[in-house]
Design a protein around this ligand. Structure first.
Ligand code: PLP
Length: 427
């Protein structure tokens, strides 16, 4: 596979953009590769500047659940584009998407649009602190909530891939208020709440963790978070930037039947354009300016292009059996990869929830960040490289999930499984 043009572009860019990429996860350093520069994409296929084509399982890291260039999304974008790209004054599109989000997500009665998942999580924490008058935050190792100062502690995603615990530039006086606990560990959470529950403003969690690979919650974990936050007057924040509209139309909260106080959204609700949102009960959301005192703003928030793409995406997701079909495809890939690995005697753990899945190179179950870090990362790197050569575009890290879109057909999935079988032979 020739990748000359990608290579040239990367070399040129290294000098002018840090690491040659505008988000660290796009660098393929940890798997010993250089990034593939993309020319265009269509459906489940993505095409690089050298003319190579790949079956895409990154899906822009989650948003492209309909596949690339879905006709109705493109049509809605074209129509919005004709009216202007940003006004700094409200549009009907914002009302429409807000209503759709409220109807979809069980715990949301009122919602505020922002421009990224990072902003959503940062604002949710500010809201929780403002509402409760408390400073302390609990999060979980390996969960990623964007790169706001408060939340960049023992984080997943690119931070995990690079193997750094936090980040220089974040004052100790800020992260002192963030307590990070092992995911899925009920005892340690109970102990910390016993100790300081009445000082905790919020507990923030990815209800289905998707930034340390994919790690579903164990039975009772989300339940204990809900129970003890309520008991101690702390707020429970579900960061559903990834899981929202991905594991089910109503997100992980509808799947597991647990209602948080505040929910963060992003990715899918922007249909491939920059979006985030946070919402919750009216009583809580009314604290946000200009209705309340807690300040949060955004020049491009509720941008008409992003709203139009989001509305159209959600309309498609509401069609009968959308999730049934995408879940079946995810399961087909998960089962196929597992069988292929077992045939070649490679020890893997396969996790899947709704339209996302993950293949861990480990002989023991993966329930938390430590388990994920104990996977065979060298084997993952070899697998990644082999799959790329065979035209399969995976996230370049063991700590990321595989995203299925409605555009993946059974043939694409079977092709992927065949490629994996060949690659497993070489590991
Ligand atoms: C992607 C992600 C974020 C950050 O969203 P950005 O739009 O990249 O800022 C936050 N939380 C979770 C769970 C995510 O998956």
């Amino acid at each position: 596979m020739k990748r000359e043009k990608s290579q040239n572009l990367f070399n040129k860019t290294l000098d002018i953009i840090p690491g040659g990429v505008n988000s660290p996860v796009r660098a393929c350093k940890s798997v010993g590769e250089d990034p593939v520069f993309i020319d265009h994409a269509e459906g489940c296929m993505i095409y690089d500047v050298d003319g190579n084509s790949f079956i895409d399982y990154i899906g822009s890291w989650g948003p492209m659940i309909l596949g690339h260039r879905h006709p109705s999304v493109i049509r809605a974008l074209a129509s919005a584009l004709n009216r202007g790209t940003s006004f700094g004054a409200p549009t009907a599109l914002e009302t429409t998407l807000a209503k759709m989000v409220i109807n979809a997500v069980p715990s949301i009665e009122m919602v505020r649009m922002v421009n990224s998942g990072t902003e959503a999580a940062m604002s949710a924490v500010r809201l929780a602190r403002g509402c409760t008058g408390r400073d302390e935050i609990i999060k979980f190792d390996g969960c990623y909530h964007g790169h706001a100062d408060t939340l960049l502690v023992e984080a997943g995603s690119g931070v995990a891939t690079l193997g750094i615990p936090g980040s220089p530039g974040i004052p100790e006086s800020i992260v002192r208020h963030t307590h990070s606990l092992p995911f899925n560990n009920i005892d340690s959470f109970q102990r910390l709440m016993d100790d300081m529950g009445d000082r905790i403003a919020a507990v923030i969690v990815e209800p289905v963790a998707g930034n340390m690979g994919l790690v579903p919650p164990v039975k009772g974990f989300l339940e204990i978070l809900r129970k003890l936050t309520e008991q101690h007057g702390a707020l429970l924040i579900f960061d559903e930037v990834m899981s929202g509209f991905r594991v089910a139309y109503g997100g992980a909260q509808s799947l597991y039947g647990i209602n948080p106080d505040i929910t963060c959204l992003g990715k899918i609700i922007g249909g491939g354009l920059p979006v985030g949102a946070y919402g919750g009960r009216k009583k809580i959301m009314e604290h946000i300016a200009p209705q309340g005192q807690i300040y949060q703003a955004g020049t491009l928030s509720g941008n008409p292009l992003a709203m139009a793409a989001g509305i159209e995406t959600l309309l498609e997701l509401k069609k009968p059996d959308f999730y049934k079909k995408i879940n079946q495809k995810a399961k087909r890939l998960a089962d196929g990869l597992k069988t292929a690995a077992e045939k070649k005697d490679i020890k893997v753990q396969v996790k899947s929830v709704g339209g996302m899945l993950c293949l861990f190179f480990s002989d023991k179950d993966v329930k938390n960040f430590d388990d994920a870090k104990n996977c065979d990362l060298d084997m993952f790197a070899a697998y990644y490289k082999g799959m790329l050569k065979k035209g399969i575009f995976l996230a370049p890290s063991q700590f990321e999930a595989i995203f299925i879109s409605a555009a993946h057909k059974n043939e694409d999935i079977d092709k992927t499984i065949k490629a994996a079988e060949k690659v497993f032979e070489t590991l």
